[in-house]
Ligand binder design. Sequence first.
Ligand code: NAD
Length: 489
Amino acid sequence: MEKQVAIIGGGVIGGGWAARFMLNGWDVRVFDLDPQAERKTQAVLDNARRALPGLTDVALPEEGTLTHCKSIAEAVFDCALIIEAVPERLEVKHAVYAEIEAANTTGIIASSTSGIMPSDLQSELLYPERLIVAHPFNPVYLLPLVELVAGAKTDAANIEKAKALYASIGMHPLHCRVEIEGFLSDRLQEALWREALWLLKDGVATAEELDAAIAYGPGLRWAQMGTMQTFHLAGGEGGMRAMLAMFGPCLKWPWTKLMDVPDLTDDFVEMVGDQCDTQSGALTPRDLERVRDSNLVGIIRSLRGGDWGAGATAKAHDRVLATQNGMDARAADVDPNAPITTAQRTIPLDWTDYNGHMNEARYLQAFGDATDRFMEMIGCDGAYIATGGSYFTAETHIRHIDEVHAGARIEIRTQVLLGEGKKMHLWHEMFEGERLLASAEHMLIHVDLQSRRPSAPSATIEASLTRIAAGHAALARPDAAGSSVGIRK
Ligand SMILES: NC(=O)c1ccc[n+]([C@@H]2O[C@H](COP(=O)([O-])OP(=O)(O)OC[C@H]3O[C@@H](n4cnc5c(N)ncnc54)[C@H](O)[C@@H]3O)[C@@H](O)[C@H]2O)c1
């Protein structure tokens, strides 16, 4: 599919979609009735540019373009994917679809609705088979979940296409197999929200106290496991069965009033609004968005370590990006007569320290990742390591030459100073554009993972390494190679 998407409605969600697609290299056309929409979309895009590139360890592709269109027809013309993100009112959505169909009869129409049934959305369409629900979560540019729901007349092939498409932009498509109002997430979220409103209404707790009851406990667990798996663990060795035996009676009392909704009188809405304002203190919604985004990036990055949940999605996206920009090349495919690009990435928000620049531990991480990438190129990859051989780093020297800030797009170029027998001596240079930021020198020794003693690498690895080492022998040796911390004796 050509990387071009039309987005109708450029508010919180449409703006978030625009940002996610653009930063993944898609050209985006937006139509919104509101003259303020360009400004609002831009604000979402600014947030996304700050946060999203730090989720992956491989640089995102070159940004796509953003065009603000004057009509729905102009936006959707010739587009294979049309995202609808207009207000949650059936008649507004139907009117928008009628305009879309007058200009485009083939593109998938993906509604962002939070809970309207796709069968109701497609009921007046001439080509209803192309409508799906693709329900995202705010901020769309960071949260990977997208719920996919088919209506009675949806062509199942469109759900399959959508799964591949949303995965290609770093998302986790969840096919909600049964069409039901509110789908899965919003049914769960709404139950909690309704209960919270009751607790406020009855004067049991304030907005701040209710949020503390989530943020300091259950919310942290929910970032990585849902209610079912969390309670399965809470039941100890008896698992979920023990939990149901212990808490089953409370489910029946019940503790909650979930079937009712408090009357949303003007006074009540004001009271809830005031409490939320008090809770936010001096922080504006824009400030809070940035706090939220930094926290989300940190949480998702930590989940990458265990290849778990949203972290596993981010890692899978790395593999897609690596294939797109050639960062999965093997040694045989690279020019052995020039330094080799071993990293292209953006510095994440949580890599900076109290001085506002990159923490020194992260330099080692970035250079260490570059070494891992070089090892993979010459054949010392996961499969080889599983056979019992690997390289261990024996010595490292890093020079910090210029400041690096969050959001910087860096590239690491690697020169082999020695690649012979058990030894691999690497020289890495880190650049932002052509500005040299740092260098790192690593001496690595090939090791037998059983005996933990030095050993010869496989013949294939040795051949790949010596080919590059022979080419790099003709390059100028870096002046600082072999230097140590410059204290005069
Ligand atoms: N806000 C959320 O957290 C969230 C999450 C998931 C899904 N959604 C769903 O996404 C959709 C959009 O919600 P939102 O929060 O972005 O609302 P929003 O009010 O922020 O944005 C809607 C935008 O649509 C524009 N619009 C209205 N009528 C239009 C028309 N006829 N043609 C073009 N543009 C039009 C408005 O000017 C506005 O900019 C809704 O269906 C909502 O249920 C919202």
